[in-house]
Ligand binder design. Structure first.
Ligand code: DX5
Ligand code: ZN
Length: 223
């Protein structure tokens, strides 16, 4: 499978979100990554349904919704109604994760599970066949613009090995500190969905950053 690029609108210009979404529509972005933060699960608050609704009305790409909230079950139906294609919940926020995954699928969405940097891959052992994607956090969730945590590479390799027989189509998404410099090695470790916020929106030419990441070839040998 060719890898996917999902720009995170957390780093977009909220005073002119319209232009940034139109830019993404015209870019090689595959999905639009939507970070929802509740100020409880993470020490930050981002945005909620009115903003997601506005994005949905102009976006021509699937919405990849990353829920950094406690008790996500309460809101799954609303996120599905607001156009979520992928709904990703945090392992650490779900007491009955299997049940939450089944609810997401019953709503017609793809189901993702996110792991914080300290959460081991092995904890996915008994849920691996039930999910479409694992989001490996490569920073502590809550803020854009943080430095990438190198231990992520080990986790990607472990997960790819674990999934190779049991869920070969599993998407492995990396979120936090992704940029043009580390993207190739993340893909080569086994990731196939890259989220990037600041690397894209802080650049003067966001569309060209998106296409640079999108057009990387993981079969390239690193010298
Ligand atoms: C962090 C969010 C990320 C964030 C990534 O909690 O989940 O999606 O927007 O931003 P960068 O790419 O700037 O690290
Ligand atoms: Zn995210």
């Amino acid at each position: 499978m060719n890898h996917l690029i999902a720009p995170s609108i957390l780093a977009a210009n909220f005073a002119n979100l319209n232009d940034d979404i139109l830019m993404l529509n015209q870019s090689q972005a595959d999905w639009i990554h939507v970070d929802v933060m509740d100020g409880v699960f993470v020490p930050n608050i981002s945005f909620g349904f009115p903003v997601i609704n506005a994005v949905k009305n102009i976006a021509q790409k699937p919405l990849d919704v990353h829920l950094m909230i406690v008790e996500p079950d309460k809101y799954l139906e609303q996120f599905a109604a607001h156009g979520a294609y992928m709904l990703t919940v945090h392992y650490e926020a779900c007491i009955h994760l299997h049940s939450t995954i089944q609810k997401i699928k019953a709503l017609g969405c793809k189901a993702g599970v996110a792991l914080n940097p300290h959460t081991p891959i092995a904890l996915l052992e008994d849920i691996l066949e039930d999910i479409d994607m694992v989001l490996i956090m490569s920073v502590n969730p809550g803020f854009g613009g943080q430095a990438f945590i190198p231990n992520t590479y080990k986790k990607i390799k472990q997960l790819r090995a674990m999934a190779s027989q049991r869920n070969p189509h599993l998407l492995i998404q990396i979120d936090g500190g992704v940029n043009v410099t580390n993207s190739l090695s993340l893909l080569q470790a086994g990731a196939n969905v890259l989220v990037a916020g600041n690397a894209i929106f802080s650049d003067a030419h966001p569309k060209s950053i998106i296409s640079t990441i999108k057009n990387l070839n993981p079969n390239t040998q690193i010298a």
